[in-house]
Design a protein around this ligand. Structure first.
Ligand SMILES: *Cc1c(COP(=O)(O)O)cnc(C)c1O
Length: 381
C-alpha cells in the first residue's frame, strides 16, 4: 500500500458489529465478560481499547513498524521510551532537542540514575566520544527546533548498531509523510501526535512506533503499568487527522517554500533557516532522507532585538502568536523567549538563535494571503 492509501485504510476496518465505516469512539472503561475468563479480548480499557488499537495499527503502518503504541501526550510517549532504561544507563542526545524532552531527561530521569550527554550530531565524532559500555540509547531529532538543522539518521543508526545501542528518533517535525526513520535503521520512532498527525490543534496525544515486536511488548507493558493512555475520543481525532496527513503536509511544504523565498529577499530579514535552500548545510541530506523540506521556517531580522521581533509578531493576523506547530493554521513564535527561554543567552547565540529569531509553522491557508500577512507585519518595523 502506498502512503496516501495507508493513511485512510491501513489497520482500519469497518466496525464489525454495525458496519460503521468510521472507527467508533468506544467510550467505556470496562467490558462485560460472559463468564470467568471468557471475553472478547477486552477486559479493562487502560489495557486495551478498540479505538486506540485501530490507531495503533494505523500508526505502525505509516512508520513501517510493527506496533504504534499510543500515549496521552508526546511527553508520555517519550517518558515510556526512557522507562526502557535503568539506573546507571547512559543516553546520548542531540544538543538542540525539544525542550520538554531535555527537561524530562535532566530534571526527572536524572533522579533515577539516568546519565545524559547532549552533543552536536552533525559530526559523528561527537557521538563516538561519548559512547561507553553503559550507553543504551541515542536520541535523534531532525529537523531540529528551531534552527532546522538536518541530522543523518542512517549514519547514526549504523554507528549505534556497531555498539549494540538502541536508537530513537523524535519524528514530530517531519511526520511519517516526509521521513520514516525505521527504514533508515532506527529502533523506535516517537511522535507528538498533537502536531502534524492530529493536524488540527485540537488534541494532545503521543505515540511510539517500534521496529520489533520484542520492543513493542516491553512498551505495551509500560503503557499498561504506568497508565498514561489516551482517551478514545482523542484517538478518534488523531485517526481523523491522519486521513489528510499527506495532503496537509504536502500543501504546507509548498507554502513554506514560497514563504522562505519571500523572507530571503525581504530587506528587513537577515538570515532564513530552511533546509529547502540549496545552500543550507543539510540540504543534500534532507533531499536524501526526506520527501520534502518540511513546513517550519525560522528567520532573524536585521534589527536583531526582542522588540523588533515582538513588533512583527504582534502585527500578523493570519499567523497566530502561539506555541506548538503542525496544524492547518499558520503559527508564529519567538523561541528565545517562548520555548527556549530557559537556555542561557550565550548558549542560544552560539547556535545562531539570536534575539530576533522568529519561528513559523506554516499552515495550509492560501499562500498569497500568508505572504501578504508577513509583508504587512514587516511594515511595522
Ligand atoms: C510538542 C513536541 C513534543 C511533546 O509533545 P506533547 O504532545 O506536547 O506532549 C515532543 N517532541 C517534539 C519535537 C515536539 O514538538
Amino acid at each position: 500500500m502506498k502512503f496516501a492509501t495507508k493513511v485512510i485504510h491501513a489497520g482500519i476496518e469497518p466496525d464489525p458489529s454495525t458496519g460503521a465505516i468510521m472507527t467508533p469512539i468506544f467510550q467505556t472503561s470496562t467490558y462485560v465478560q460472559e463468564s470467568l475468563g471468557r471475553h472478547k479480548g477486552y477486559e479493562y480499557a487502560r489495557t486495551k481499547n478498540p479505538t486506540r488499537i485501530t490507531l495503533e495499527n494505523n500508526l505502525a503502518a505509516l512508520e513501517n513498524g510493527t506496533d504504534g503504541i499510543c500515549f496521552s501526550s508526546g511527553m508520555a510517549a517519550i517518558d515510556a521510551v526512557l522507562k526502557l532504561l535503568k539506573s546507571g544507563d547512559e543516553i546520548i542526545s542531540t544538543n538542540d532537542l525539544y525542550g520538554g524532552t531535555y527537561r524530562l531527561i535532566t530534571k526527572v530521569f536524572s533522579n533515577f540514575g539516568l546519565k545524559s550527554h547532549f552533543v552536536g550530531m552533525a559530526d559523528l565524532k561527537n557521538i563516538e566520544e561519548k559512547i561507553n559500555k553503559n550507553t543504551r540509547l541515542i536520541w535523534i531529532e531532525t529537523p531540529t527546533n528551531p534552527m532546522l538543522n538536518i541530522i543523518d539518521i542512517k549514519a547514526i543508526c549504523d554507528l549505534a548498531k556497531k555498539h549494540g545501542i538502541m536508537t530513537c528518533v523524535d519524528n514530530t517535525f517531519a511526520s511519517p509523510y516526509l521521513q520514516t526513520p525505521l527504514d533508515l535503521g532506527a529502533d523506535l520512532v516517537v511522535h507528538s501526535a498533537t502536531k502534524y498527525l492530529g493536524g488540527h490543534s485540537d488534541v494532545i496525544h503521543g505515540a511510539v512506533v517500534t521496529k520489533t515486536e520484542a520492543l513493542a511488548e516491553r512498551l505495551y507493558f509500560i503503557q499498561n503499568a504506568a497508565g498514561a493512555v489516551p482517551g478514545p475520543q482523542d484517538c478518534f481525532l488523531v485517526l481523523r487527522g491522519i486521513k489528510t496527513l499527506h495532503i496537509r503536509v504536502q500543501r504546507a511544504c509548498e507554502n513554506a517554500k514560497v514563504i522562505a523565498d519571500f523572507l530571503r529577499q525581504h530587506p528587513k530579514v537577515n538570515k532564513v533557516f530552511y533546509p529547502g535552500f540549496e545552500d543550507h548545510p543539510g540540504h543534500e541530506l534532507a533531499k536524501a532522507q526526506m520527501r520534502d523540506f518540511g513546513a517550519m521556517v525560522s528567520f532573524t531580522l536585521h534589527e536583531d532585538t526582542l522588540e523588533a521581533a515582538s513588533k512583527v509578531m504582534s502585527n500578523t493576523y493570519l499567523f497566530s502568536l502561539a506555541e506548538s506547530l503542525g496544524g492547518v493554521e499558520s503559527l508564529i513564535g519567538h523561541p528565545p523567549s517562548m520555548t527556549h527561554g530557559s537556555i542561557p543567552r550565550e548558549e542560544r547565540l552560539a547556535v545562531g538563535m539570536t534575539d530576533s529569531l522568529i519561528r513559523l509553522s506554516v499552515g495550509i491557508e492560501d499562500v498569497e494571503d500568508l505572504v501578504g500577512d508577513l509583508r504587512a507585519a514587516f511594515e511595522a518595523l
